[in-house]
Design a protein around this ligand. Structure first.
Ligand SMILES: CCCCCCCC(=O)SCCNC(=O)CCNC(=O)[C@H](O)C(C)(C)COP(=O)(O)OP(=O)(O)OC[C@H]1O[C@@H](n2cnc3c(N)ncnc32)[C@H](O)[C@@H]1OP(=O)(O)O
Length: 153
């Protein structure tokens, strides 16, 4: 994929992977022929109940690692149309996990993806099945926000 797609445009503000988003997770990826891998260590600001990562943010990890596989392969965004998650065990704050996204099958622009999050010893913590729609969209240059847009009330 053309790496310039990820720089100097709005993609750099993605909550999960954007380098310019100060509140983001700053995930980084390795892309192979058949999978995308990300390593992530939940921090205290990602906590829900004591010591465990918030489930909504676990969903972000799964959504992102599957979406990034398609983005890298296709050079186009894919929008999540559906995602089903099985939370098997908590993700512990401070313990690195391995997130993996794989394509299962596709029909037209709709792609079925599988995502997993495991401990480094291979223990499965969470998994998802999702449907993502590949869209034709050209990256737009980073925009200057209008007055008040994106600010707290
Ligand atoms: C590098 C960055 C990685 C980022 C990863 C993170 C990804 C994200 O967070 S994306 C943001 C969250 N998701 C969104 O905002 C998506 C919002 N939804 C949409 O934009 C649209 O509904 C979208 C694009 C999914 C589909 O819209 P559209 O192109 O109009 O398709 P639509 O006409 O509704 O459906 C087309 C076909 O797909 C099927 N389809 C659509 N949605 C679904 C679904 N949820 N489940 C099953 N099938 C579906 C329809 O049945 C239809 O099939 P057919 O024509 O054979 O009947």
């Amino acid at each position: 994929m053309d790496k310039s797609l990820l720089n100097n445009n709005e993609y750099s503000w993605c909550f999960a992977c954007g380098k310019d988003n100060p509140s983001g997770l700053h995930m980084r990826f390795e892309i192979d022929d058949d999978k995308c891998t990300a390593y992530f260590t939940p921090r205290r600001e990602h906590q829900s109940y004591p010591g465990r990562m918030h489930g909504g943010l676990v969903a972000v990890l799964l959504d992102e690692v599957t979406g990034n596989y398609l983005f890298a392969k296709e050079g186009k965004p894919s929008y999540t149309a559906k995602i089903e998650i099985r939370y098997r065990q908590p993700l512990a704050i401070g313990e690195e996990v391995v997130c993996t996204g794989r394509e299962l099958k596709r029909k037209g622009r709709m792609v079925e993806m599988q995502g997993t999050i495991c401990k480094k010893d291979g223990t499965l913590l969470a998994e998802c099945l999702s449907k993502m729609m590949i869209v034709d969209e050209t990256p737009q240059p980073s925009r200057k926000l209008a007055a008040g847009e994106g600010e707290e009330e």
